[in-house]
Design a protein around this ligand. Structure first.
Ligand code: UD1
Ligand code: MG
Length: 454
């Protein structure tokens, strides 16, 4: 079992009205990734041969979002119901003869192992014709109900609107996720009618048709958290909460210490090593990896960054895309990095901006150093050699290269290259006036006292 080719049919033609958004519902992000892509990633993980997304309005947004992923788009001009929507994938799947999994774009947490389990159920000895994923939520709301026997065979699928009082009391709900052989699916869908309370073509009706044909249909159960559907911003926030809670637990299970887990926000692709320490209020945007033994201090915001073994970041650090810290490098408070590499053991401990820069191993970047990388039109590179020492409050005006072991004196504005081993000081000569301040104070105090006299 398990090696049947799979195709995903993801329904996403609904209006998503309750989001009150100009963005297609399935493109709203969870953990920094459109919900649709969470689902596509699960189908990637089971090696699905085909992925079709059925869209209605805002088709172009979905198309742009999945461009280059080999996902096919099918169009449902009018929203006549879930069976009608699934049928729109027929042309896109012409020639596919494995198992089709129909699911909903706004139910993004479906796991790869569940998809596989549902598909495999069709291959069991009793060879059911349809397998439906069911769940028992805390609140069964208006979900469609599954009336099943103890052995999991289904006797009836009924939409809430059409259900009797007794049927509504059933707790087993339809998630919508349905597995059917492609060779069977189109014929079943074409037979579905719309004679029901909503006047819609119901996908669950294919179960009733299979039963009518004296075939069996079965339910496979899974956890309700996996089937949370998103229809509003409040449900989106709830989905984020559930996702984050699971990811935090995973990070800790994998050997990271989170001092205040509920204040750490991961992205869908964050990679965290062993013995990483993450303090409170840390936010990870997409594209971050943190190697073993690194420490992320409180209130750091990190996106698109690669943090090497044993590095220290923050508190209050901002690492933007292209930031790379090599082993043991350190970024301290109020340091921002963008498209910049901090070499092995190099340090930028305080109040610094490193943009479009490479910093060699063991270099020390003093407090308040700024790489001036932008002239309002173009960006320029700063290259700092190994072991260089940049004095505090220096402006490095790119393009500029600071040599190996060079020293830039504090307060310098360096606009020309500094050679290896050179010391560069770019600041005004000092004016030295011994005793001047004492004389000034004496004079001024006397003047003030004279003025105060009547
Ligand atoms: C559906 C199921 C219900 C199940 C519930 C689980 C049907 C008839 N009902 O109800 O049994 O308990 O999901 O959440 O299948 N869509 C289209 N085109 C359409 C209609 C819907 O693409 O013409 C898409 C929607 O964008 C959405 C999905 O199908 O992603 C489900 O549609 P929705 O209207 O939310 O169905 P429910 O009434 O929730
Ligand atoms: Mg729904």
């Amino acid at each position: 079992m398990g090696e049947q080719a799979l195709a995903a049919i993801i329904l996403a033609a609904g209006q998503g009205t309750r989001m009150r958004s100009d963005l297609h519902k399935v493109l709203h992000p969870i953990a920094g990734q459109p919900m649709l892509h969470h689902l596509l990633a699960s189908f990637d993980a089971v090696g699905a041969a085909e992925q079709v997304v059925v869209v209605g309005a805002r088709r172009e947004q979905v198309e742009a979002s999945v461009a280059g992923r080999g996902v096919r788009i099918a169009h449902q001009a009018e929203q006549l119901g879930t069976a009608h929507a699934a049928l729109q994938a027929k042309d896109a799947l012409a020639g596919f003869d494995g198992i089709a999994i129909v699911c909903f774009g706004d139910t993004p947490f479906l796991k790869p192992e569940t998809i596989r389990r549902l598909a495999d159920r069709l291959l069991a000895e009793d060879a059911p014709r349809v397998a439906v994923l069911g769940f028992v939520p805390d609140d069964a709301k208006a979900y469609g109900r599954i009336i099943a026997r103890l052995d999991g065979t289904i006797s009836k699928m009924v939409e809430f609107k059409d259900a009797s009082k007794q049927e509504r009391a059933v707790k087993l709900c339809n998630s919508g996720v349905t597995a059917v052989r492609a060779s069977d699916l189109w014929g079943l869908l074409e037979r579905v009618g719309n004679n029901n309370a909503a006047g819609e073509y119901y996908l669950p009706d294919i179960v009733m048709l299979a039963i009518k044909d004296h075939d069996s249909a079965v339910v496979v159960e899974t956890d309700a958290d996996e089937l949370i559907g998103i229809n509003s911003r409040a449900e989106l926030a709830e989905a984020e909460r559930i996702w984050q809670a699971q990811r935090r637990a995973q990070a800790m299970a994998d050997g990271a210490t989170l001092i205040a887990p509920e204040t750490v926000w991961f992205a869908f692709d964050t990679v965290i090593g062993r013995d990483v320490l993450i303090e409170s209020n840390v936010v990870f945007g997409p594209g971050v990896s943190v190697a073993d033994g690194a420490t992320i201090h409180a209130f750091s915001h990190i996106a698109g960054a690669t943090i090497g073994e044993g590095c220290a970041v923050g508190p209050f650090a901002r690492l933007r895309p292209g930031a790379r810290l090599e082993q043991g490098a350190k970024v301290g408070n109020f340091v921002e990095m963008k498209n910049a590499v901090l070499g092995v053991g190099a340090k930028a401990s305080h109040l610094t901006y490193l943009g479009d820069a490479t910093v060699g191993a063991n270099a020390n970047i003093g407090a308040g150093t700024i790489t001036c990388n932008y002239d309002g039109y173009f960006k320029y590179q700063t290259v700092i050699g190994e072991g260089a020492f940049i004095g505090s409050n220096s402006a490095l005006i790119a393009p500029v290269t600071i040599g190996r072991d060079a020293i830039v004196a504090a307060g310098s504005a360096v606009s020309r290259d500094v050679a290896d081993g050179e010391m560069r000081m770019v600041r005004a000569e000092q004016l030295v006036k011994p005793g001047w301040a004492d004389r000034f104070h004496d004079t001024m105090k006397k003047r003030k006292a004279d003025r105060a006299k009547p």
